[in-house]
Design a protein around this ligand. Sequence first.
Ligand SMILES: C[S@@+](CC[C@H](N)C(=O)[O-])C[C@H]1O[C@@H](n2cnc3c(N)ncnc32)[C@H](O)[C@@H]1O
Length: 383
Amino acid sequence: MNNVYQGREQTEAKHIILRRYLQRLAFKTLLGGWSNLAYIDGFSGPWESRTEDHSDSSFMIAIQVLKEVQQKARELGKKPSIRCFFVEENRQSFAQLQAAVAPFHKPADGFTIETFNGKFEDAVVQMKKTMAGSFALTFIDPTGWTGYEFEKVKPVFEHTPGEVLLNFMFDFVNRFTASSDPVTLATFDGILGPGWKQRLDASSLPREEALTAMFNEQFCAAGRFKFVLSTPIEKLSDRTHFRLVYGTRSAEGLDVYRDVEFLALKDHGMRRAHARHSLTETRSGQISLFDAGHDANMAGQTIEAQLVATKSAAADWLRGQLPNCPKPFSEIWPAMLDQFMMRKVDAKQVCVDLGKAGEIRETWRMGGSKRRTPSETDLIHPA
Ligand SMILES: C[S@@+](CC[C@H](N)C(=O)[O-])C[C@H]1O[C@@H](n2cnc3c(N)ncnc32)[C@H](O)[C@@H]1O
Protein backbone atom coordinates (compact mmCIF):
# COMPACT_ATOMS: atom_id res chain seq x y z
CA MET A 1 0.00 0.00 0.00
CA ASN A 2 2.83 2.38 0.83
CA ASN A 3 4.20 2.39 -2.72
CA VAL A 4 0.98 3.50 -4.31
CA TYR A 5 0.82 6.36 -1.88
CA GLN A 6 4.40 7.50 -2.37
CA GLY A 7 4.31 11.28 -2.72
CA ARG A 8 0.61 11.20 -1.81
CA GLU A 9 0.96 11.02 1.95
CA GLN A 10 -2.04 13.23 2.45
CA THR A 11 -4.23 10.94 0.40
CA GLU A 12 -2.91 8.02 2.39
CA ALA A 13 -3.80 9.73 5.67
CA LYS A 14 -7.26 10.50 4.37
CA HIS A 15 -7.76 6.91 3.24
CA ILE A 16 -6.45 5.44 6.48
CA ILE A 17 -8.93 7.45 8.48
CA LEU A 18 -11.80 6.72 6.09
CA ARG A 19 -11.08 2.97 6.06
CA ARG A 20 -10.70 2.62 9.81
CA TYR A 21 -13.58 4.89 10.69
CA LEU A 22 -15.98 3.27 8.26
CA GLN A 23 -15.01 -0.17 9.54
CA ARG A 24 -15.69 0.76 13.15
CA LEU A 25 -18.89 2.59 12.27
CA ALA A 26 -20.18 -0.30 10.16
CA PHE A 27 -19.53 -2.82 12.92
CA LYS A 28 -21.11 -0.63 15.54
CA THR A 29 -24.25 0.07 13.55
CA LEU A 30 -24.78 -3.33 11.95
CA LEU A 31 -24.16 -5.25 15.16
CA GLY A 32 -25.82 -2.66 17.33
CA GLY A 33 -29.38 -2.69 16.12
CA TRP A 34 -29.25 -1.14 12.66
CA SER A 35 -29.65 -3.42 9.69
CA ASN A 36 -29.34 -0.73 7.02
CA LEU A 37 -26.20 1.25 6.39
CA ALA A 38 -25.79 3.85 3.64
CA TYR A 39 -22.47 5.19 2.43
CA ILE A 40 -22.49 8.29 0.25
CA ASP A 41 -19.38 9.46 -1.58
CA GLY A 42 -20.05 12.89 -3.05
CA PHE A 43 -16.81 13.29 -4.99
CA SER A 44 -15.90 9.72 -5.83
CA GLY A 45 -13.22 9.87 -8.48
CA PRO A 46 -11.21 7.89 -9.44
CA TRP A 47 -8.67 10.60 -9.02
CA GLU A 48 -4.93 10.03 -9.43
CA SER A 49 -5.49 6.35 -8.76
CA ARG A 50 -2.40 4.18 -9.28
CA THR A 51 -3.95 0.75 -9.10
CA GLU A 52 -5.82 -1.14 -11.77
CA ASP A 53 -8.63 -2.14 -9.45
CA HIS A 54 -8.78 1.37 -7.91
CA SER A 55 -8.07 -0.05 -4.48
CA ASP A 56 -6.39 3.28 -3.68
CA SER A 57 -9.64 5.16 -4.30
CA SER A 58 -12.12 6.07 -1.62
CA PHE A 59 -15.01 4.31 -3.35
CA MET A 60 -13.18 0.99 -3.58
CA ILE A 61 -11.85 1.26 -0.05
CA ALA A 62 -15.43 1.73 1.14
CA ILE A 63 -16.76 -1.18 -0.92
CA GLN A 64 -14.11 -3.54 0.41
CA VAL A 65 -14.67 -2.49 4.02
CA LEU A 66 -18.45 -2.70 3.75
CA LYS A 67 -18.40 -6.10 2.07
CA GLU A 68 -16.14 -7.45 4.78
CA VAL A 69 -18.25 -6.08 7.61
CA GLN A 70 -21.45 -7.30 5.95
CA GLN A 71 -20.01 -10.79 5.77
CA LYS A 72 -18.92 -10.75 9.43
CA ALA A 73 -22.29 -9.39 10.54
CA ARG A 74 -23.97 -12.23 8.64
CA GLU A 75 -21.79 -14.78 10.36
CA LEU A 76 -23.08 -13.34 13.62
CA GLY A 77 -26.68 -13.90 12.57
CA LYS A 78 -27.53 -10.42 11.33
CA LYS A 79 -29.19 -9.47 8.07
CA PRO A 80 -27.30 -6.37 7.04
CA SER A 81 -28.23 -4.33 4.02
CA ILE A 82 -25.67 -1.93 2.53
CA ARG A 83 -26.40 0.86 0.11
CA CYS A 84 -23.70 2.88 -1.59
CA PHE A 85 -24.20 6.02 -3.62
CA PHE A 86 -21.32 7.38 -5.65
CA VAL A 87 -21.32 10.77 -7.34
CA GLU A 88 -18.79 11.87 -9.94
CA GLU A 89 -19.07 14.86 -12.22
CA ASN A 90 -16.32 14.19 -14.73
CA ARG A 91 -17.61 11.99 -17.54
CA GLN A 92 -14.44 9.97 -18.09
CA SER A 93 -13.86 9.39 -14.40
CA PHE A 94 -17.50 8.44 -14.06
CA ALA A 95 -17.14 5.79 -16.77
CA GLN A 96 -14.20 4.30 -14.88
CA LEU A 97 -16.10 4.48 -11.62
CA GLN A 98 -19.11 2.76 -13.07
CA ALA A 99 -17.08 -0.05 -14.61
CA ALA A 100 -15.15 -0.59 -11.37
CA VAL A 101 -18.15 -0.75 -9.05
CA ALA A 102 -20.65 -2.60 -11.29
CA PRO A 103 -19.47 -6.10 -10.24
CA PHE A 104 -20.25 -5.28 -6.61
CA HIS A 105 -23.85 -4.27 -7.19
CA LYS A 106 -25.71 -7.31 -5.87
CA PRO A 107 -29.18 -6.35 -4.68
CA ALA A 108 -30.15 -9.96 -4.02
CA ASP A 109 -27.22 -10.10 -1.65
CA GLY A 110 -28.20 -6.93 0.21
CA PHE A 111 -25.46 -4.85 -1.39
CA THR A 112 -26.59 -2.11 -3.76
CA ILE A 113 -24.55 0.51 -5.56
CA GLU A 114 -26.04 3.54 -7.28
CA THR A 115 -23.98 5.95 -9.33
CA PHE A 116 -24.70 9.51 -10.40
CA ASN A 117 -22.91 11.33 -13.20
CA GLY A 118 -23.18 14.98 -12.25
CA LYS A 119 -22.68 17.44 -9.46
CA PHE A 120 -22.97 16.41 -5.84
CA GLU A 121 -25.30 19.34 -5.16
CA ASP A 122 -27.65 18.09 -7.88
CA ALA A 123 -27.95 14.60 -6.43
CA VAL A 124 -29.54 15.58 -3.11
CA VAL A 125 -32.97 14.11 -3.84
CA GLN A 126 -31.50 10.79 -4.99
CA MET A 127 -29.13 10.62 -2.05
CA LYS A 128 -31.93 11.24 0.41
CA LYS A 129 -33.81 8.29 -1.08
CA THR A 130 -30.80 6.05 -0.65
CA MET A 131 -30.29 7.18 2.94
CA ALA A 132 -33.92 6.74 4.00
CA GLY A 133 -34.20 4.24 6.84
CA SER A 134 -30.44 3.81 7.13
CA PHE A 135 -27.62 4.99 9.26
CA ALA A 136 -25.60 7.07 6.79
CA LEU A 137 -22.02 8.19 6.48
CA THR A 138 -21.42 10.87 3.86
CA PHE A 139 -17.89 11.43 2.61
CA ILE A 140 -17.13 14.69 0.83
CA ASP A 141 -13.78 14.97 -0.84
CA PRO A 142 -13.66 17.81 -3.37
CA THR A 143 -10.65 19.19 -5.21
CA GLY A 144 -11.40 22.75 -4.06
CA TRP A 145 -13.90 24.58 -1.89
CA THR A 146 -16.90 24.58 -4.19
CA GLY A 147 -19.54 22.00 -5.02
CA TYR A 148 -20.99 21.50 -1.54
CA GLU A 149 -22.73 24.73 -0.60
CA PHE A 150 -24.21 24.01 2.78
CA GLU A 151 -27.58 25.52 1.98
CA LYS A 152 -27.91 23.09 -0.96
CA VAL A 153 -26.61 19.92 0.65
CA LYS A 154 -28.11 20.49 4.08
CA PRO A 155 -30.77 17.78 3.68
CA VAL A 156 -27.99 15.21 3.32
CA PHE A 157 -26.04 16.57 6.29
CA GLU A 158 -29.15 16.61 8.46
CA HIS A 159 -30.03 13.00 7.84
CA THR A 160 -30.51 11.22 11.13
CA PRO A 161 -28.92 8.96 12.13
CA GLY A 162 -25.94 10.05 10.14
CA GLU A 163 -22.52 11.60 10.10
CA VAL A 164 -20.34 13.52 7.67
CA LEU A 165 -16.62 13.32 6.97
CA LEU A 166 -15.38 16.16 4.80
CA ASN A 167 -12.06 17.14 3.32
CA PHE A 168 -11.75 20.88 3.90
CA MET A 169 -9.12 22.19 1.47
CA PHE A 170 -7.78 24.65 3.92
CA ASP A 171 -4.83 26.00 1.94
CA PHE A 172 -6.95 26.95 -1.05
CA VAL A 173 -9.47 28.59 1.20
CA ASN A 174 -6.79 30.47 3.05
CA ARG A 175 -5.19 31.65 -0.19
CA PHE A 176 -8.27 32.55 -2.20
CA THR A 177 -10.20 34.27 0.57
CA ALA A 178 -7.38 36.83 0.38
CA SER A 179 -8.20 37.49 -3.29
CA SER A 180 -9.34 40.94 -4.36
CA ASP A 181 -11.70 39.54 -7.01
CA PRO A 182 -15.32 39.89 -5.85
CA VAL A 183 -16.44 36.92 -7.97
CA THR A 184 -13.92 34.65 -6.26
CA LEU A 185 -14.79 36.01 -2.84
CA ALA A 186 -18.49 35.34 -3.43
CA THR A 187 -17.76 31.64 -3.98
CA PHE A 188 -17.01 31.32 -0.27
CA ASP A 189 -20.47 32.42 0.84
CA GLY A 190 -21.70 28.84 0.49
CA ILE A 191 -19.29 27.44 3.07
CA LEU A 192 -18.35 30.41 5.27
CA GLY A 193 -21.78 32.05 5.29
CA PRO A 194 -22.89 35.44 4.02
CA GLY A 195 -20.90 38.35 5.47
CA TRP A 196 -17.91 36.11 6.13
CA LYS A 197 -15.40 38.76 5.08
CA GLN A 198 -16.63 41.27 7.64
CA ARG A 199 -16.65 38.58 10.32
CA LEU A 200 -13.14 37.53 9.36
CA ASP A 201 -11.85 41.10 9.44
CA ALA A 202 -13.48 41.66 12.82
CA SER A 203 -12.16 38.45 14.38
CA SER A 204 -9.49 38.70 17.06
CA LEU A 205 -8.21 35.21 16.19
CA PRO A 206 -5.24 34.69 13.86
CA ARG A 207 -6.52 34.47 10.27
CA GLU A 208 -6.06 30.70 9.88
CA GLU A 209 -7.85 29.93 13.09
CA ALA A 210 -10.64 32.37 12.35
CA LEU A 211 -11.23 30.74 8.94
CA THR A 212 -11.25 27.25 10.40
CA ALA A 213 -13.60 28.29 13.18
CA MET A 214 -15.97 29.98 10.73
CA PHE A 215 -16.04 26.94 8.51
CA ASN A 216 -16.63 24.58 11.43
CA GLU A 217 -19.45 26.73 12.68
CA GLN A 218 -21.25 26.70 9.32
CA PHE A 219 -20.62 22.98 8.90
CA CYS A 220 -21.96 22.33 12.40
CA ALA A 221 -25.09 24.38 11.79
CA ALA A 222 -25.74 22.76 8.40
CA GLY A 223 -25.79 19.28 9.91
CA ARG A 224 -27.14 20.29 13.34
CA PHE A 225 -24.18 18.38 14.68
CA LYS A 226 -23.38 18.16 18.34
CA PHE A 227 -19.66 17.65 17.81
CA VAL A 228 -17.35 18.80 15.06
CA LEU A 229 -13.73 17.66 15.02
CA SER A 230 -11.08 18.82 12.61
CA THR A 231 -7.92 16.83 11.95
CA PRO A 232 -5.22 18.88 10.20
CA ILE A 233 -3.22 16.94 7.63
CA GLU A 234 -0.07 18.46 6.23
CA LYS A 235 2.05 17.56 3.27
CA LEU A 236 5.76 17.31 3.89
CA SER A 237 6.95 18.62 0.54
CA ASP A 238 5.16 21.91 0.18
CA ARG A 239 3.41 22.20 3.50
CA THR A 240 0.00 22.46 1.91
CA HIS A 241 -2.61 21.24 4.22
CA PHE A 242 -6.19 20.28 4.49
CA ARG A 243 -8.41 19.26 7.33
CA LEU A 244 -10.59 16.24 7.69
CA VAL A 245 -13.69 17.60 9.34
CA TYR A 246 -15.97 15.16 11.10
CA GLY A 247 -19.50 15.98 12.22
CA THR A 248 -21.65 13.81 14.47
CA ARG A 249 -24.54 14.05 16.90
CA SER A 250 -23.34 11.05 18.83
CA ALA A 251 -20.86 10.87 21.71
CA GLU A 252 -20.12 7.29 20.64
CA GLY A 253 -19.08 8.55 17.22
CA LEU A 254 -16.80 11.08 18.85
CA ASP A 255 -15.20 8.32 20.90
CA VAL A 256 -14.58 6.13 17.85
CA TYR A 257 -13.28 8.97 15.68
CA ARG A 258 -10.74 10.04 18.30
CA ASP A 259 -9.54 6.43 18.53
CA VAL A 260 -9.14 6.15 14.78
CA GLU A 261 -7.35 9.48 14.56
CA PHE A 262 -4.92 8.41 17.27
CA LEU A 263 -4.16 5.07 15.60
CA ALA A 264 -3.60 6.79 12.26
CA LEU A 265 -1.00 8.95 13.95
CA LYS A 266 0.64 6.18 15.89
CA ASP A 267 0.89 3.49 13.24
CA HIS A 268 2.49 5.81 10.81
CA GLY A 269 5.03 7.27 13.16
CA MET A 270 3.71 10.69 12.38
CA ARG A 271 4.50 13.56 14.53
CA ARG A 272 2.05 15.91 16.02
CA ALA A 273 3.70 19.24 16.07
CA HIS A 274 2.23 22.58 17.08
CA ALA A 275 0.81 20.67 19.99
CA ARG A 276 0.86 23.76 22.04
CA HIS A 277 -1.97 25.11 19.94
CA SER A 278 -4.00 22.08 20.78
CA LEU A 279 -3.56 22.82 24.44
CA THR A 280 -5.24 26.15 24.26
CA GLU A 281 -7.47 25.93 21.24
CA THR A 282 -10.53 23.88 20.74
CA ARG A 283 -12.11 23.04 17.40
CA SER A 284 -10.01 25.40 15.41
CA GLY A 285 -6.52 24.74 16.71
CA GLN A 286 -5.73 21.09 16.58
CA ILE A 287 -2.60 19.44 15.43
CA SER A 288 -1.20 17.87 12.32
CA LEU A 289 -0.99 14.33 11.08
CA PHE A 290 1.77 15.14 8.67
CA ASP A 291 4.00 17.88 9.74
CA ALA A 292 7.48 19.00 8.89
CA GLY A 293 8.13 19.28 12.60
CA HIS A 294 9.21 22.85 12.93
CA ASP A 295 8.61 22.78 16.59
CA ALA A 296 11.94 21.60 17.92
CA ASN A 297 10.51 20.52 21.24
CA MET A 298 7.85 18.33 19.73
CA ALA A 299 9.72 17.00 16.70
CA GLY A 300 11.47 14.09 18.41
CA GLN A 301 8.60 13.14 20.63
CA THR A 302 6.43 10.12 20.26
CA ILE A 303 2.68 10.46 20.09
CA GLU A 304 2.54 9.09 23.62
CA ALA A 305 4.90 11.79 24.88
CA GLN A 306 2.84 14.48 23.23
CA LEU A 307 -0.25 13.03 24.76
CA VAL A 308 1.17 13.74 28.20
CA ALA A 309 1.08 17.46 27.40
CA THR A 310 -2.44 17.23 26.01
CA LYS A 311 -3.65 15.38 29.11
CA SER A 312 -2.10 18.01 31.33
CA ALA A 313 -4.02 20.72 29.47
CA ALA A 314 -7.20 18.66 29.72
CA ALA A 315 -6.62 18.34 33.48
CA ASP A 316 -6.44 22.15 33.71
CA TRP A 317 -9.67 22.35 31.75
CA LEU A 318 -11.32 19.87 34.13
CA ARG A 319 -10.14 21.89 37.14
CA GLY A 320 -11.94 24.83 35.57
CA GLN A 321 -15.13 22.76 35.33
CA LEU A 322 -15.14 21.68 38.96
CA PRO A 323 -17.16 24.65 40.26
CA ASN A 324 -20.03 23.37 38.06
CA CYS A 325 -19.69 19.76 39.26
CA PRO A 326 -20.74 17.17 40.32
CA LYS A 327 -21.47 15.89 36.86
CA PRO A 328 -21.45 12.29 35.63
CA PHE A 329 -18.40 11.17 33.72
CA SER A 330 -20.75 10.67 30.72
CA GLU A 331 -20.98 14.47 30.49
CA ILE A 332 -17.32 15.14 31.11
CA TRP A 333 -15.57 12.93 28.56
CA PRO A 334 -17.44 14.07 25.43
CA ALA A 335 -16.71 17.71 26.29
CA MET A 336 -13.06 16.80 26.83
CA LEU A 337 -12.74 14.86 23.57
CA ASP A 338 -14.49 17.66 21.74
CA GLN A 339 -11.81 20.09 22.83
CA PHE A 340 -8.66 18.03 23.06
CA MET A 341 -7.15 15.59 20.61
CA MET A 342 -7.46 12.67 22.95
CA ARG A 343 -9.38 9.43 23.42
CA LYS A 344 -11.91 8.37 26.02
CA VAL A 345 -9.28 6.21 27.69
CA ASP A 346 -7.16 9.37 28.11
CA ALA A 347 -10.10 11.27 29.59
CA LYS A 348 -10.48 8.49 32.14
CA GLN A 349 -6.82 8.74 32.99
CA VAL A 350 -7.09 12.48 33.53
CA CYS A 351 -9.82 11.83 36.11
CA VAL A 352 -7.82 9.06 37.75
CA ASP A 353 -4.80 11.35 38.08
CA LEU A 354 -6.85 14.14 39.62
CA GLY A 355 -8.44 11.57 41.91
CA LYS A 356 -5.06 10.32 43.07
CA ALA A 357 -3.90 13.90 43.61
CA GLY A 358 -6.90 14.45 45.88
CA GLU A 359 -8.40 17.13 43.61
CA ILE A 360 -11.56 15.17 42.86
CA ARG A 361 -13.25 12.34 44.72
CA GLU A 362 -12.50 8.82 43.51
CA THR A 363 -16.20 8.10 43.25
CA TRP A 364 -15.55 5.06 41.06
CA ARG A 365 -13.81 3.38 43.99
CA MET A 366 -16.49 4.05 46.54
CA GLY A 367 -18.53 1.34 48.22
CA GLY A 368 -15.63 -1.11 48.05
CA SER A 369 -15.55 -1.04 44.24
CA LYS A 370 -12.35 -2.28 42.65
CA ARG A 371 -12.85 -0.20 39.51
CA ARG A 372 -9.77 1.78 38.69
CA THR A 373 -11.32 4.24 36.25
CA PRO A 374 -14.63 6.10 36.13
CA SER A 375 -17.65 4.69 34.29
CA GLU A 376 -20.40 6.69 32.65
CA THR A 377 -22.52 7.23 35.76
CA ASP A 378 -19.69 7.95 38.21
CA LEU A 379 -19.82 11.51 39.43
CA ILE A 380 -16.91 13.84 38.87
CA HIS A 381 -16.99 15.57 42.18
CA PRO A 382 -14.67 18.22 43.62
CA ALA A 383 -12.81 16.80 46.63
C1 LIG B 1 -10.24 14.70 -4.84
S1 LIG B 1 -11.08 13.82 -6.06
C2 LIG B 1 -11.81 12.48 -5.16
C3 LIG B 1 -10.88 11.45 -4.68
C4 LIG B 1 -11.54 10.28 -4.03
N1 LIG B 1 -12.54 10.70 -3.07
C5 LIG B 1 -10.51 9.42 -3.35
O1 LIG B 1 -10.24 9.64 -2.14
O2 LIG B 1 -9.99 8.50 -3.96
C6 LIG B 1 -12.48 14.79 -6.44
C7 LIG B 1 -13.37 14.22 -7.53
O3 LIG B 1 -14.58 14.94 -7.55
C8 LIG B 1 -14.95 15.19 -8.91
N2 LIG B 1 -15.77 16.42 -8.88
C9 LIG B 1 -15.39 17.69 -8.97
N3 LIG B 1 -16.44 18.54 -8.79
C10 LIG B 1 -17.51 17.74 -8.52
C11 LIG B 1 -18.88 18.01 -8.18
N4 LIG B 1 -19.34 19.26 -8.09
N5 LIG B 1 -19.67 16.98 -7.93
C12 LIG B 1 -19.21 15.70 -8.02
N6 LIG B 1 -17.95 15.39 -8.35
C13 LIG B 1 -17.09 16.39 -8.58
C14 LIG B 1 -13.65 15.31 -9.65
O4 LIG B 1 -13.83 15.01 -11.02
C15 LIG B 1 -12.77 14.30 -8.91
O5 LIG B 1 -12.84 13.05 -9.51
